[in-house]
Design a protein around this ligand. Sequence first.
Ligand code: ADP
Length: 304
Amino acid sequence: MSVRSPTETEQVSRDRVAEREAQDRRLKASMDKIKQKIVVLSGKGGVGKSTVTANLAVALASQDHAGRVGVLDADITGPTIPKMLGVRRLRLDVGERGMLPARGPLGIRVVSMDFLLPSDETPVIWRGPLKSMAIRQFLSEVLWGDLDFLLVDLPPGTGDEALTVMQSIPNIAGVVIVTIPSEVSQLVVKKAVTFTGQLKAPVLGIVENMSGFVCPKCGTETSIFTTGGGQKIAEEMGVPFLGKIPLDPRICEDSDTGTPFIVQHSDSPSAVAFREIVAKIMKTIEGKEAGMLTQEHATSRRDD
Ligand code: ADP
């Protein structure tokens, strides 16, 4: 084994710093082309975070933003976004200038680790730093292009991937936190709210998913995971409550077949709830933009 001299070691670390700085510049340039970056987070797994991300993307794309919405599946070890958006088995095209996202419904640009794995059985057995490196490459080397929205689907919890995304993406418009109404889920959702606050990103609000089930046969509503937990947490933590999405077996079926539920079953109570949530998110974002414009206008008038 060859041993590096102190000068060689210094040179290697200087090269690494330079490389990292160059990547930071590429990442910033790429993210600057995207108007709104929204992160979707949950305290625990299985609460419907990826389902919310996928349907949010479709809802935005169908509201005048077709071809200008991107989704980064930042769940490196458990990527499910390609399945939900019906783009499994696609590959990322690598051109001279970088990687090109796959194209999903309504031209949604999708990037996921799933596109890089040789088979369904291949696991990604990586420690935190490698996963962070992959996410930074997805943000800096992918040619996302000019987008109105980039949605980032995080793995559950507040681990390495969440930290990398929150610290790498400049000007995050806000974080959507998904929970189910149970107390077990409430316990961890508070951590997600605090995490977002500590990283100085705005919380766009909490979504309570799997909130009640209406029997299609008799119409009786059953609160499978209790109800009202999301609203309670939102009030306790002083963040907006975005709405409740009822359980609907068709959400699961559509996710499995890669069909956008919100379009396929647009009249269902869950699709209506999704659209109301999207409307609230848009209102917050547009309100913030308007506030910033007013501020800029006031500053420029003061400077005149
Ligand atoms: P997470 O990303 O939080 O791990 P997923 O979005 O993968 O969770 O959802 C877990 C499973 O629950 C999926 O099979 C999905 O289709 C299903 N699901 C999510 N939300 C609902 C809902 N409101 N009604 C019925 N099934 C749902």
